[in-house]
Ligand binder design. Sequence first.
Ligand SMILES: [Zn+2]
Length: 256
Amino acid sequence: MIRLRTGFQMLLVGCLVVLLSSLAPMAQVAHGGGGDEGTAQTQGDNSIWSQMNRYLESLFGNEAAVPGGGHQSGAGKRVGLQAGHWRYQESPPPLNAQTGTSGGGKTEPEVTLDIAQRTAKILEDKGYAVDILPAWFPKGYSADAVVAIHADGAANPEARGFFADRYSRSAIPEADDRFMTIMDEEYAAATGLPFKYRSTDGSRYYYGYTLVRVKTPMALIETGFLTNEVDRQIIVDDPDRSAQGIAAGIDRFLTQ
Ligand SMILES: [Zn+2]
């Protein structure tokens, strides 16, 4: 993101751009006419274009030269967000029968994909490269961190709450424990949903853990109960709060 510091600097840049635009045809003539700007920039360090670049960099730092780079916490980092059960039909059996839960007129993959897309937007604004992953993806996927996003369901409509979990056979248990704890803290802070750790074989031995490359930090989060009316007020009606919690957890894990 480029931040202009003062109105005066904006004015200066505006004048410079107008001035340089008027000089551009002359610069091209000086380079023999028809020479492309890329050549002029790479060869002629003192060309009028590289002088303008240097001037802009002196005003804005790297941000002028490298869009999206610079001070952003996610620069150079990749995150995988698996939208639980999304495109489950494309998974090999028996996973292609795991449709997920449903409630309030929504299916789990609709909800997890929505939250994943909102989370991706927040992280991309911080400079992260983000992959939204379906229920099944080729083994060996690698990133700086991966989160599998799910929603819970129960026959008892009173059951509610969220929790994060990690692979019981993790090759990096300390890192994954830290990731899991941070996710719990940030998700609780962003959503106000109650934390209810109800780890099961399904969350400890989740198949998705085995699809990512060994030593890739990964957490699974059950974002709330789709079968509970109060939880749905967050995960269905206000999914930005879920996304903020997940994005904050990932960002904190990768920067702290
Ligand atoms: Zn699920």
